[in-house]
Design a protein around this ligand. Structure first.
Ligand code: GLN
Length: 543
């Protein structure tokens, strides 16, 4: 008789007191802890908002849109997950309330409920549970980590919490665990940390039928033993399962911190799981040591639109950091709003950098400022990396000068431009009419040997993640090439330009895709690494 597949284990991460204290990073770090022990993990974010996905949400409010291999546009926490656990996730790994309701209402309209009354319990909670199970089905994971967005007590997240409560009964307590991540506020006058809000949030969680198995107590100050004992007593969680987590100098220390606290052993014992191998933290330790070391700084400018909210460029910043660590330099990243450059502001700062990045973006605000920054990089031999929009604008700037038409543009910003070097391709125009508009997710790219890109990757073909509508207009390829632009990455059929670079410039390269999504702390992305090496060189020459 074939052996029965062991039950999938679930670890739920809920938040108490306030949001933004690192629930996502904690969950991701726990994922790495389990992976280190040879377990196959997957991770899912439950987002309580009604939007169907973050694709159309303003990065001002929501931070960056993180894109997966299959083209899913997801919450930026999935970026933390992929980077920390070093895995590739799929679209099942991000669920929003909007998706759940859209599905249930769709079925209701279709008559699937045979006229029954549709309610939050059981119809909405059943759909939530179905979508949670899809993660194990599609990834084959033995342990699925579930992060519930927001904090307990929020109106929006109640159906999620209720679904989890039911799951614990459905699957058996021994197959599930709940980690509650809270915040200990610091009172300046008496210089002490307070546990009362944590107690209240645990009470709230219990009122909804869930007793936490572990409490991660986040704080900006060290959490001492008496405080841990107090939390343990008042919240009815074993003392070893109260994990103090003071703010780390660097987020990459967190897995090591949780390892030392014995988190993996506790959770695995709770879930009846056995380690298949001993964890090997040497790579992570080396990473943390490298970060702690005194290193020469390299100043890089990120010229973007949403520079007020740095979360909008989370993955770009992380990819730059990974590259800087591996190049043995410290990144001094300056966010420069492109609209400032248009008004003549920010130029001194831009003049002080050894590398310039223009990230992805949509909409015409600040475009001319980005073009000015790109021209500055091109004319002054400053290393440049253009990501998606940053590649398109690199082509526009080059065309304006080298093809002698100051009106050159992308039709996204000037539909009537005299020189549409960036445009929607003819075959995509039909798709636009049908509603599906973006090139999303993984596409292959063939590299030109000997080019900057070819040398950086060191292979013939790669797969990278996309999120855009516009492409380089093939009508202008020969003219641009004649003037010194090199198309060093193409789709295998040669029809789409995926990478452009400039001959005779130390490093000026733009990608139609988003390489930042595939960079990992211990495996920096080759193009970011090559860019950082060039910036390091230019920084040395400057000094
Ligand atoms: N707005 C551009 C396009 O749609 C670039 C998109 C991006 O940078 N992600 O093609």
């Amino acid at each position: 008789m074939p052996e029965k597949k062991p039950a999938t284990r679930y670890i739920y991460f809920t938040g108490g007191v306030v949001s933004s204290v690192g629930k996502g990073v904690t969950a991701a770090a726990v994922g790495q802890l389990l992976k280190q022990r040879g377990l196959k993990v997957a991770i899912q974010k439950l987002d309580p908002y009604i939007n169907v996905d973050p694709g159309t949400m303003s990065p001002y409010q929501h931070g960056e849109v993180y894109v997966l291999d299959d083209g899913a546009e997801t919450d930026l926490d999935l970026g933390h997950y992929e980077r920390f656990i070093d895995i590739r996730l799929n679209r099942e790994c991000n669920m929003t309330t909007g998706q759940v309701y859209a599905e249930v209402i769709g079925r209701e309209r279709h008559g699937d409920y045979l006229g029954g009354t549709i309610q939050v319990v059981p119809h909405i909670t059943n759909e939530i549970k179905r979508r949670i199970e899809r993660v194990a089905e599609t990834t084959g994971a033995e342990v699925v980590l579930i992060e519930v967005g927001g904090t307990v007590g929020d109106i929006e997240s109640q159906p999620f919490i209720e679904a989890i409560r039911q799951m614990r009964g459905d699957l058996g307590r021994e197959h599930t665990a709940c980690v509650h991540v809270t915040w200990l506020p610091h009172i300046g006058a008496t210089s002490e940390l307070k546990t009362k809000p944590t107690q209240h949030s645990v009470r709230e969680l219990r009122a909804m039928g869930i007793a936490p198995d572990m409490i991660v107590a986040r704080a900006d100050y060290p959490v001492d033993v008496p405080l841990v004992e107090k939390i343990s007593l008042f919240c009815d969680v074993e003392k070893q399962a109260v994990i103090p987590m003071p703010t780390a100098k660097d987020i990459y220390e967190i897995p090591l911190l949780l390892e030392k606290a014995g988190v993996a052993e506790l959770l695995m014992k709770r879930l009846g799981l056995k380690a298949r191998r001993k964890p090997d933290w040497s790579e992570w330790q080396a990473l943390v040591n490298a970060v702690a070391k005194e290193r020469p700084t390299v100043r890089v400018a990120l010229v973007g639109k949403y520079t007020e909210l740095q979360d909008a460029y989370m993955s770009v910043r992380e990819a730059l950091r990974h590259a800087a660590i591996s190049e043995g330099v410290e990144l001094d990243l300056r966010f420069i709003p492109s609209v400032d450059l248009e008004k003549g502001k920010g130029w001194d700062e831009l003049g002080s950098v050894s590398g310039i990045v223009v990230p992805g973006g949509f909409g015409s605000r600040g475009i001319e400022g980005k073009l000015q920054a790109i021209r500055h990089a091109r004319q002054n031999n400053i290393p440049y990396l253009g990501l998606c929009l940053g590649m398109q604008l690199m082509v526009v700037d080059f065309a304006r000068e080298m093809l002698g038409d100051a009106g050159a543009n992308s039709t996204e910003f000037d539909p009537r431009t005299s020189l549409p070097v960036i445009d929607i391709l003819p075959e995509q125009k039909n798709i636009t009419d049908m509603g599906g508009t973006m090139r999303l997710g993984l596409y292959p790219c063939r590299l030109l040997p000997g080019s900057h890109a070819g040398k950086a990757y060191g292979v013939k073909e790669v797969q990278e993640r996309h999120r855009h509508r516009y492409e380089l207009n093939n009508e202008y390829r020969t003219a641009l090439e004649a003037k010194g632009m090199l198309f060093s990455g193409l789709s295998p059929d040669g029809r789409l330009v995926e990478i452009a670079e400039l001959k005779g410039h130390p490093f000026m390269l733009g990608t139609q895709f988003h390489p930042e999504f595939l960079s990992r702390p211990t495996r920096p992305h080759p193009l970011f690494k090559a860019f950082m090496a060039a910036a390091k060189k230019s920084s040395r020459a400057r000094k």
